[in-house]
Design a protein around this ligand. Structure first.
Ligand code: SF4
Length: 365
């Protein structure tokens, strides 16, 4: 790690190193093996902050970082030297429950980070069995393993959310989805899920969608109770996007920009976000140029290192080097400060949780 770092720097640099290099597990753990969002790896709480860390990708075998237990506590070691104590959350209480039809609640929604309930509402994507599938995406893998159900109903989501609120003190919800052929059917269902959840809880809800052709669908989501929205371009390097997310490259960049603008008008500044994945082979400047464009629009650029998920088209790749991520986070956090954007102002979703990115740690400068 860089010389002259203070303790705060060391903690946030450690987070970046862990997400880039992975963590070898040498302690007995109860752990998940698949699912949406950070679909492999574990969540650890490092200095009070949740962090998702890869544990299963092939690159992890080379990591100097191990998780070990000592006297009932978990510690991160670097090449055998203790670095930091961490907390490893246990299996959430609501995972023990099932619906009246016998569907495990964990097949309907999973805990992301330590306080976010995440569900992939439609677990299939029109692009999965096509040349346009996103290379980093594992949306249908958990369906193939029967670890989830194809479509989550609004009532199922409400039932699980109420249990997770009661037993695990969740604070917000993320609803994502595979892309349907009919955007109206897709977003109308997401809106119904928001509406039913909001009828019985006050949990803030984040919804992730492709940029809709009909801006009225963004209005519908807002009217149904969605608090924040994610419209993810993934990369601002057009060549990389054509390879990594051909279905998104096929959309005009202008459609993303107009959707971000419409969404900011409806949901407000800082309540709209876009994932930017680092480590897809992009020109390094493209991330910062893209982040600058997003910040100008009031959209939070949620920069994450590539997470190569076993079973996906990119499973053999490694995440970007930690030093490259630290440089990106430093530049991007300066842009966030100039624009008055922050993870803390986001009401719900991946930005609010922050566990898949090191960026929140760099916002303070
Ligand atoms: S559009 Fe891409 S990222 Fe989204 S579900 Fe389909 S394949 Fe996955």
């Amino acid at each position: 790690m860089p010389a002259g770092s203070n303790q705060g720097d060391l903690n946030r640099h450690l987070s970046v190193h862990l997400q880039s290099m992975g963590l070898r597990i040498e302690a007995p753990l109860e752990r998940r093996t698949g699912g949406a969002g950070p679909a492999e790896g574990i969540t650890v709480i490092l200095k009070g902050r949740p962090l998702t860390v890869p544990t299963l990708g092939s690159f992890v075998e080379q990591s100097p970082y191990t998780l070990q237990s000592r006297n009932g506590e978990h510690h991160i070691f670097n090449d055998g030297s203790p670095l930091s104590q961490v907390t490893v959350p246990g299996i959430p209480g609501y995972y023990q429950l099932t619906t009246a039809q016998g569907i495990p609640y964990s097949s309907i929604a999973l805990l992301h980070g330590d306080r976010c309930l995440g569900s992939t509402v439609f677990q299939t994507c029109r692009y999965w069995n096509s040349p346009r599938r996103c290379a980093f995406c594992g949306i249908e893998l958990s369906l193939q393993k029967s670890a989830t159900v194809h479509t989550k109903s609004p009532e199922q989501l409400l039932e699980v959310a109420q249990a997770a609120l009661r037993l695990d003190r969740i604070e917000h919800i993320t609803l994502t989805t595979g892309t349907r052929a009919d955007e109206s059917e897709e977003i109308t269902h997401l809106a119904a899920c928001c509406s039913v959840i909001k009828s019985q809880t006050s949990l803030p809800i984040h919804v992730q969608i492709m940029p809709p052709t009909d801006p009225g669908l963004l209005e519908l989501l807002k009217a149904s109770g969605a608090d924040t929205v994610g419209i993810h371009i993934e990369s601002f390097d057009d060549d990389v996007l054509r390879k990594a997310a051909p279905c998104k490259a096929a959309l005009d960049r202008g459609r993303f920009i107009s959707s971000w603008k419409e969404a900011v008008t409806i949901f407000g500044r800082n309540q709209v976000s876009s994932f930017l994945i680092a480590g897809l082979g992009e020109k390094p400047d493209s991330i910062i140029e893209g982040a600058a464009l997003l910040c100008d629009l009031g959209v939070y650029p949620f920069i994450v290192p590539l997470r190569p998920i076993p079973g996906t088209l990119l499973e053999a790749q490694s995440p970007p080097a930690p030093d490259a991520m630290i440089e990106i986070y430093r530049h991007a956090s300066a842009l966030l400060r100039q624009s008055g954007l922050s993870w803390e102002k986001s009401k719900a979703g991946c930005v609010r949780c922050g566990a898949c990115s090191g960026l929140p740690d760099y916002e303070r400068g």
